[in-house]
Structure formats: structure tokens, C-alpha cells
Design a protein around this ligand. Structure first.
Ligand SMILES: Cc1cc2nc3c(=O)[nH]c(=O)nc-3n(C[C@H](O)[C@H](O)[C@H](O)COP(=O)(O)OP(=O)(O)OC[C@H]3O[C@@H](n4cnc5c(N)ncnc54)[C@H](O)[C@@H]3O)c2cc1C
Length: 412
């Protein structure tokens, strides 16, 4: 369902700060609504670095409708299941079916992708003309008629509406709220290993999760099966440098998983390099919007990656905001932004808090117990329990075609 709507009488001029997954998806979704926007990205060459990302049906259905289904399919992997395994013995403890069961159940696939490849797919779909790289926002002033933006380069720009899609350390959020990111006490090491070094992981595409005492590890294939991505979360005394490209120490990582099952220790040993990313989130805000400024994605609701939903929620946000803005006359912009917030804030707050609470499950001192697991070896019940998350259609909710199923049996 790719469609472009008529441009409203005079569409608002929208400036998006940040050309990450949130900002680029918004640019695509606004275009479909007939609204032009300019994306300002601080990096000279936005590369979307980092390792893997899980994309669930709640986001892939929206990306498909934005016209990138084929390009996404070409770089993605369709994992058959998500399996929780014992940290010490690697035995399966719980299964959530993905693959065809997920596609049939929720009408869209569950993918694992390389972050840089998803970024490239979005970038190519948006096109170069709309994205101004090398523009780091330093200041923003809102008045009743518009918003003035100032960039580090000295460039200035005036827009009717400004969307802060500039990530967990958002400069736009700094103008709206006085809060700061909260370091979680954990760092994520991320690695990519050529698949031929790990035939067990490449041959059976699955998301494997090993919860363990004080730390956990997740791995899955990406790059159309050519690479295995892993994220190993460990306790950390301080945040240190934050960058998708900050080097980590492989020996330090190996020491953190000493005594774990050989599948895990060999996986870590197979990586030539690892990158380290301190994990932050923030408390949810009572308000994300003013009359002319709104926050989107991690700028609005940074979350720990333990439900693998940060990017998925950014994509839901982007489509919702585009529908709200695209169907409002410019004079109604404040009401459109408020509607966007009303639609998104309760769901993202629930998921943000759920991600935080998942730490207790993932880092528990003993093995997690799943009494029903033997009765559900293929994980179909596990998949049904994710309906509140994967079954959500943010676009249909924004257009009024569906009501939001906020809670479910496993809503956190
Ligand atoms: C270890 C780890 C694993 C994860 N796994 C998953 C997963 O499996 N599934 C999932 O859905 N999510 C996952 N996430 C979360 C996901 O990465 C984020 O939620 C997502 O990247 C948010 O996208 P964003 O566009 O809002 O922010 P970002 O990706 O941070 O993009 C922000 C952009 O804004 C730019 N910018 C910043 N400041 C300025 C400025 N002042 N001026 C101009 N530009 C600026 C930045 O350069 C960047 O391009 C994971 C996160 C981590 C850390």
C-alpha cells in the first residue's frame, strides 16, 4: 500500500533534526502524505554504524507500506524463532515462533538486519536532495509564527514545524525539558562475525538469547545471512565514550563471559573486533510537544534495548506523526502535534518501562523458569502472547481505522 496524498492548501514547512532511523522514516512518511521536509544531520556522511537490529511486524508492516519492502528483504534475514537458552548449558528454555508463523499471525515479517543496511535502504528511498549533512543543531527559538534553527556551521533555517529526531542526547529535547540521559550501569559490546566461522548460527536462522547472572548475550544472522551479529550486555562502572564506532576490548569481553557455555565463548572469540556502547535511557516525559516542536524516536523515549523495540517504536512514531501532520491544515499544527503525542506517549512509556524491567529477567542470578515451555515447543503460544506488541498497526490507529490494543497478557 504505497500512496501519496494531495498536498493540503499550504503544507507546513517541516525541518527534521537527525537523519537516523526515526528522521529518515519520517521523511518518507511525510512525503507519502504530500508534505515536504528537510532533514538536518550532523554527520558529514551518515553511515548508520553499529551491528544488528531486530525489526518486528509492528514496524515492518509500516516500512513495507512506505515502499521499501523489496530493498529490505534483500538485506534482511527471516529468523525462524527466538530461543531463550541456558547460560551454562545452552539448553533451550523457551521459544517464541517467528518466521512464517509470525508473518501469518501478524501480517508482516520479523526481520534481523544490519543497522547500516537498514539506514542505507531508508537513505536511498528518501534521496539525497532532502537530507543536509554536516548540520549540527546548536540552537532553536520558537515564536508564534515559526521556529528559528542555528547550526554549528553558522547556517540558519526557519521552519513552520521542527521535529527533534536527534537521538538519546537530543539537542531539541534539551530545549523542551531539563532532564538528562540516565546511565543504566550496563554497556553493550557489539560484534559482527563472518557467517562461515559460525555455521551453527548461519544454518538455522534464529534469535538466540542467553540470560545469565548479571549479564546476557543475544545473537542472530544479518546481511542476508552473511554475518552473525551479537550484543553482549555487561555491568559497567561508568558510561565512558558513547559512539556506534567506539572500540571495545575483546579480551575484556571474553573475561566477562568466562565460564559460560562453549557456544557463547566461541562466538565471542570469533569476533576480530568489538564495539562498546554504554546503555542509557530516560524517564518518560509528561509532554513531548510544544505548538511547533515535537520529539520523535530516541529523542522522545530512549529505551534500553532489552525488548528490541527502540527503532521499531521510532518507526511507529514517524508514521503516526506524518499522518497527524499531513492531514491537518497549517493552522492546526499545534493540535496535530498534540494528537501525535496522545497516540504515542502511553504506548512508548509502557514499552520503555517494560524494557527496564526486562533487566531483572535477563540478568537474574539463577536460570529463568518457563513452566509452560514444554507444552509449547514450537513457540506458538509464545508468539500469540506478543500480540499487544507485534499486532499493533500505528498507521491504522492514527487514521482511526483501528483502536490501539495497549495491553495484553504479556504487556510489561
Ligand atoms: C545495543 C543496542 C541494540 C539495539 N537493538 C535494537 C533492536 O534490535 N531493535 C530495535 O528496534 N532497536 C534497537 N536498539 C535501539 C535503536 O538503536 C534506537 O532506538 C534507534 O537507533 C533510535 O533511532 P533514532 O533515529 O531515534 O536515533 P539515532 O539512531 O540515535 O539517530 C539520531 C540521529 O541524529 C543525529 N544527531 C544527533 N544530534 C544532532 C544534532 N544536534 N544536529 C543534527 N543531527 C543530530 C545523529 O547523528 C543521528 O544520525 C538498540 C540499541 C542499542 C544501543
Amino acid at each position: 500500500m504505497t500512496r501519496t496524498r494531495e498536498v493540503p492548501a499550504r503544507a507546513a514547512a517541516v525541518a527534521v533534526i537527525g537523519g537516523g532511523i526515526a528522521g529518515l522514516t519520517l521523511a518518507l512518511a511525510l512525503r507519502r502524505e504530500g508534505v515536504d521536509c528537510t532533514v538536518f544531520e550532523r554527520s558529514p556522511e551518515p553511515a548508520g554504524a553499529g551491528a544488528g537490529l531486530q525489526l518486528a511486524p509492528n514496524a515492518t508492516r509500516l516500512l513495507h507500506r512506505l515502499g521499501v519492502a523489496e530493498a529490505l528483504r534483500a538485506v534482511a534475514v527471516l529468523p525462524r524463532a527466538l530461543r531463550i537458552r541456558g547460560w551454562d548449558d545452552d539448553l533451550p528454555l523457551h521459544t517464541t515462533a517467528l518466521g512464517d508463523a509470525c508473518r501469518h499471525g501478524y501480517g508482516a515479517p520479523y526481520y534481523t538486519v544490519h543497522r547500516a543496511q537498514l539506514h542505507r535502504v531508508l537513505r536511498e528511498a528518501v534521496g539525497g536532495a532532502q537530507v543536509r549533512t554536516g548540520h549540527r543543531l546548536t540552537d532553536l527559538t520558537e515564536d508564534p509564527g515559526g521556529v528559528d534553527l542555528t547550526f554549528a556551521s553558522g547556517a540558519r533555517h526557519r521552519a513552520d514545524v521542527v521535529i527533534g529526531a536527534d537521538g538519546v542526547h537530543s539537542a531539541v529535547r534539551a530545549r523542551l525539558a531539563g532532564d538528562a540521559p540516565v546511565f543504566s550501569g550496563s554497556s553493550a559490546y557489539r560484534g559482527l562475525v563472518p557467517a562461515d566461522r559460525l555455521p551453527w548460527a548461519a544454518g538455522e536462522p534464529e534469535v538466540r538469547v542467553w540470560p545469565g547472572p548479571g549479564r546476557h548475550l543475544v545473537c542472530y544472522p544479518v546481511s542476508a545471512g552473511r554475518e552473525i551479529s551479537f550484543t553482549a550486555t555487561v555491568p559497567a562502572a561508568s558510561a565512558g565514550e558513547e559512539s556506534w564506532t567506539a572500540e571495545g576490548d575483546p579480551a575484556e569481553l571474553a573475561a566477562a563471559y568466562d565460564g559460560w557455555n562453549p557456544t557463547v565463548t566461541r562466538l565471542i572469540a570469533a569476533a576480530d573486533t568489538v564495539r562498546r556502547w554504554p546503555l542509557h535511557d530516560r524517564e518518560s516525559l509528561p509532554d513531548w510537544v510544544t505548538a511547533r516542536v515535537a520529539l520523535l524516536g530516541d529523542a522522545a523515549h530512549p529505551m534500553l534495548p532489552f525488548l528490541a523495540q527502540g527503532a521499531n517504536q521510532a518507526i511507529e512514531d514517524a508514521v503516526t506523526l506524518a499522518v497527524c501532520l499531513g492531514r491537518a491544515a497549517p493552522a492546526d499544527t499545534p493540535a496535530a502535534l498534540r494528537r501525535y503525542q496522545d497516540l504515542r506517549l502511553p504506548r512508548t512509556t509502557l514499552i520503555q518501562r517494560g524494557a527496564r524491567r526486562s533487566t531483572q529477567y535477563l540478568h537474574r542470578p539463577d536460570r529463568p523458569h518457563h513452566p509452560g515451555a514444554t507444552a509449547d515447543p514450537h513457540g506458538l503460544a509464545g508468539l500469540r502472547a506478543m500480540g499487544w506488541l507485534y499486532g499493533h498497526d500505528a498507521e491504522a490507529v492514527a487514521t482511526g481505522e483501528a483502536r490501539e490494543p495497549l495491553t495484553g497478557s504479556t504487556a510489561p
